[in-house]
Design a protein around this ligand. Structure first.
Ligand SMILES: *Cc1c(COP(=O)(O)O)cnc(C)c1O
Length: 403
């Protein structure tokens, strides 16, 4: 029997795809592709050539020197290599028989990272939205919480998770720096308190010292969690040690391809009992929300091995320095308001006079995004790109407004 060559290693075909990654790709739109499902296939090589200008040429380039608008980082090439292996192997962590090594690798990565967040274990999820849902599920079934209290600036996935789980959601109030006012929350029995470490809109860190004050405390560290790896910035997340659960997105400041995140627990054995289902055909219980899921830990392990803690911390510290640099320039500039000193690499600002939307349009899509605080529009830069050219970015921001 001969192997269908579509399933074999085609070194030339793969080299063609690799070359397209580094070449200056022409730009084309999806309209250039066949409008209907082709009756006869175009063949792999043709597809590489036809798709490259659409997929690569038309994409937002998060690695561009001007990219400074969103929480989405560029990815290091070691993750591309590991992803390719993942795609080729197609392991399924739902069943140990078809993920003999991948399950161990996820366990290893969790073993390395959980202690960084003072947790004792957990698992990977396809994002922090799912991680938040998983943590709140554990909170409901272990601590019997009936309501979720969070900052009004908490990520929408918190209210969404409460809704899915049949829990009441209540937003507290925030101070002038967008941090939850925990002393105003009242009775926190039968409550899951969600503290955000780095809100999506302003990067604010809720008072993490309040962790432990409720029946369950979940810290949403989707964005700022990786600061724990930096000896310089670790203190920003002090207090999280008393949380019952923590989530962190690896596809943000761990520079991983989507979809990659972790949900971590202080008592993983108890959590896993609460969030596991066993099916007859499964050799091990299915922990968490996903059924079939892939080996997301492989690119993360590769990155952690390639860079080490210091290398990862250095990239995050570069991002933090870039944010501080921009914030200082905005603070010193007479034409701008800075919302607050950036604690977690999110810089929020607006022109003192003039049109926020017009400036936002000129800096879109890659250099700045927008956010609303108390219904008023602000611009937002997020330091997710260690290769950002700060001189050019500042020149763009300041030049555009003085025009
Ligand atoms: C990004 C983010 C999330 C959601 O994470 P995804 O990985 O996008 O699902 C949750 N909370 C905060 C604070 C975030 O910044």
């Amino acid at each position: 029997m001969t192997l269908d060559p579509s399933f074999a290693v085609d070194a030339d075909g793969l080299a063609r795809a690799l070359h397209a990654l580094s070449a200056d790709t022409a730009r084309d739109t999806p309209d250039a592709l066949p409008a209907e499902l082709p009756e006869k296939g175009l063949g792999e090589t043709t597809v590489i050539d036809r798709l490259a200008p659409v997929v690569l040429g038309g994409a937002a380039r998060l690695d561009d020197a001007s990219a400074f608008a969103h929480m989405d980082p560029p990815t290091p090439w070691i993750t591309w290599a590991a992803w390719l292996w993942n795609a080729r192997l197609n392991q399924n962590l739902l069943h140990p028989a078809i993920s003999p090594v991948a399950r161990d690798i996820e366990a290893r990565v969790v073993d390395w990272l959980a202690p960084v967040f003072a947790m004792d274990g957990g698992h990977m999820t396809p994002g922090s939205s799912i991680a938040n849902l998983t943590a709140l599920w554990a909170a409901r079934d272990i601590a019997g919480v009936r309501r979720v209290v969070a900052s009004p600036s908490a990520h929408l996935s918190i209210a969404k998770s409460a809704h899915i789980l049949g829990l009441a959601f209540e937003a507290g109030t925030v101070d002038a720096q967008d941090r939850l006012q925990v002393d105003r929350l009242g009775d926190l029995s039968a409550t899951c308190l969600v503290l955000t470490a780095g809100t999506t809109g302003t990067g604010a860190v809720d008072p993490l010292a309040a962790a432990g004050a409720a029946a369950w405390t979940h810290v949403d560290a989707a964005w700022a969690g990786p600061l724990r790896l930096s000896t310089r910035h670790r203190e920003v997340l002090a207090g999280l040690e008393a949380a019952d659960s923590v989530c962190v997105s690896a596809h943000k400041w761990f520079f991983q391809p989507k979809e990659s995140a972790l949900v971590l627990f202080r008592d993983t054995a108890a959590a896993n009992r609460a969030i596991s289902f066993g099916g007859a055909y499964l050799a091990v219980p299915n922990v968490g929300i996903q059924g079939s899921h892939g080996a997301m830990a492989v690119p993360l392990l590769a990155t952690l091995l390639a860079w080490g803690r210091q290398g990862l911390a250095a990239r995050v510290e570069t991002c933090m320095a870039n944010a501080a640099d921009l914030a200082e320039a905005l603070r010193a500039h007479p034409g701008f308001d800075l919302f607050a000193p950036p604690e977690t690499g999110v810089v929020v600002f607006r022109p003192k006079s003039g049109d926020v939307d017009a400036l936002a349009r000129r800096l879109a899509p890659l250099t700045a995004s927008t956010t609303a605080i108390d219904g008023t529009p602000w611009l937002r830069c997020v330091a997710a790109n260690p290769n950002a050219d700060m001189a050019a970015i500042k020149a763009r921001i300041f030049e555009e407004t003085t025009r």
